[in-house]
Design a protein around this ligand. Structure first.
Ligand code: ADP
Ligand code: TMP
Ligand code: ASP
Length: 234
């Protein structure tokens, strides 16, 4: 049984459990963009993101990446290890899109010759500013070893998910991860879902992710359902 609310964020509620070192992560139907300024409720999104996160975290765990996921409790709830979060968002990009395309004044869609890893401070009030790796160290957000480990694990997550999604006709354009500490170990936390990844249909280029909401394209629930259905197929 889960009890008191530890934290309510934009997309999820974190609940305390009797085992003090575990949390229940409950996915909401809320969608937000622009650091919460744009909001909507999309029926079914929570359950789809819980399911997709469970499948994708399972894949990366099987590939040797330590994750916080313990089990799926119900349609919208995952039980996870409570982590001491780093307070950093790690973004990996395979294809030029989103804020990088905007900042560089480039068209979206260029395949990058190497995966690009970026760090952002998790702070909505500052609009999640980008950090140089030296900032991560100088602000004491992570040690040199932890920073290297986050980079290594993010690269590994990319190798695993890029291949797995491609097998389902989905191009992994970019994604955001959040890591935390469990004792001395750097562990992947939070979610991996179409809210936190850019996923393009490999054949048609159709967007199967939260850009449908950010860019008012409509059809978000159907797109997430399409991702979940493809992942269910062997
Ligand atoms: P946000 O804070 O961005 O609005 P969410 O609504 O997704 O985010 O809420 C989830 C919160 O829980 C985030 O702050 C995330 O960093 C944190 N979190 C994710 N996994 C864990 C974990 N295993 N232990 C502790 N905190 C976690
Ligand atoms: P960006 O191009 O807007 O910087 O986003 C890069 C990736 O990170 C994209 O897959 C969406 C994801 N992301 C989040 O999960 N949360 C955020 O707050 C932002 C800005 C991006
Ligand atoms: N940080 C944004 C928000 O307001 C999320 C995003 O654009 O992905 O939820």
């Amino acid at each position: 049984m889960a009890g008191e609310r530890r934290y309510e964020g934009k997309a999820k509620v974190m609940l305390a459990t009797e085992a003090g070192d575990r949390l229940w992560m409950r996915f909401k139907d809320d969608a937000t963009a622009l650091d919460g300024q744009k909001k909507a409720t999309i029926a079914g999104k929570g359950a789809l993101n819980a399911k997709i996160t469970a499948v994708l975290m399972g894949l990366v765990a099987a590939g040797g990446v330590p994750t916080h996921l313990r089990r799926q409790v119900d349609e919208v709830t995952l039980e996870v290890d409570a982590l001491e979060m780093m307070g950093v968002e790690v973004v990996l990009r395979n294809v030029l899109a989103g804020s990088l395309a905007r900042r560089l004044g480039r068209e979206e869609g260029q395949v990058l010759p190497m995966p690009v890893i970026e760090f952002y401070l998790k702070d909505d009030s500052l609009h999640d500013p980008m950090l140089a790796e030296d900032h991560v160290l100088a602000l004491g957000l992570a040690s040199r070893e932890e920073l290297a480990e986050m980079r290594r694990l993010t690269g590994r997550v990319n190798e695993i998910l890029k291949a797995a999604l491609l097998a389902h006709g989905i191009t992994l354009v970019d994604f955001k991860l959040e890591f935390g500490r469990r004792g001395q170990t750097v562990v992947l936390g939070d979610e991996i879902s179409p809210d936190t990844c850019r996923l393009w249909d490999t054949k048609t280029g159709e967007k199967l992710d939260k850009d449908r909401f950010r860019r008012d394209l409509g059809g978000l629930e159907q797109a997430y359902q399409e991702v979940a259905s493809r992942l269910e197929r062997a």
